[in-house]
Design a binder for this molecule. Structure first.
Ligand code: DX5
Ligand code: ZN
Length: 230
């Protein structure tokens, strides 16, 4: 993308900003319709939160839901596994229609090997870190990853408040990516709103998860308000 400022051409980053609505905040009684509305309004990814009641306190949904909604849309399925032993399930999620699979560093037995497994299934590989995990812990995996998810709340529930210290962590992650893997997507997840979106984009995030900010109220309007800031 090029932009013209005072007669000078400034080469901006080639990074694309993407919205990934989290269906955790959707109305499950009309899930298919809400997904279609999100796609029509311009959301490219769909964020699918899988929780096992062990890695996080809550239980959400699993393979049957992913398989069913796969029939309703061509959106990119961005599956966020908040489960222990993620290596046990990546194959099944890939078969159910995941395009990108993100696991937690804190939950993986052998993260390097798991990244390889996800790639061999034909999916993009993402790694996520909880707010207390040092960003530095991902350094050795960065070059092999497609996406790093910097959690901006404690994983487990939708509708929480953004943790302010996250902004510095996003900046740190982007800086590390600049050195080691400039094409890395940096995703943020938790408490993202119209009000703090600009801040996380400026810090270096480019894949934006939003649950409540998309599905509470008018979905189309919410998506337009968010993507207008991209
Ligand atoms: C939290 C999940 C999030 C959640 C985000 O553990 O990973 O994806 O759905 O919801 P909001 O945007 O409402 O904070
Ligand atoms: Zn998530």
């Amino acid at each position: 993308m090029k932009s013209f400022v005072k007669g000078m051409v400034i080469q901006m980053s080639e990074r694309k900003n993407i919205l990934s609505p989290s269906i955790l905040a959707a109305d499950f009684a009309v899930l298919g319709e809400q997904i279609k509305e999100a796609a029509a309004a311009g959301a490219e990814y769909l964020h699918i939160d899988v929780m096992d009641g062990v890695f996080v306190p809550s239980i959400s949904f699993g393979m049957p839901v992913v398989r069913t909604i796969r029939k309703t849309t061509n959106m990119v399925f961005d599956v966020h596994l908040m489960i222990v032993g993620p290596e046990r399930y990546v194959k099944e999620f890939a078969q159910c229609g995941a395009d990108s699979i993100t696991f937690h560093l804190e939950a993986a037995e052998d993260a390097e090997d798991l990244i390889g497994q996800i790639h061999s299934l034909g999916c993009k590989a993402g790694m996520s870190i909880k707010p207390q995990t040092p960003v530095e812990a991902v350094r050795k995996y960065l070059k092999n990853l497609d996406m790093l998810l910097v959690m901006t709340v404690e994983p487990g529930f939708g509708g929480q408040k953004y943790i302010p210290e996250s902004t510095e962590r996003i900046r740190q992650a982007r800086q590390m990516a600049q050195e080691l893997n400039p094409r890395l997507d940096i995703q943020v997840d938790g408490g993202i709103t119209k009000e703090n979106l600009r801040m996380v984009l400026d810090a270096g995030a480019n894949v934006i998860v939003a649950g409540s900010a998309v599905f509470k109220g008018n979905i189309t309007q919410n998506i337009h308000d968010l993507t207008a800031q991209f």
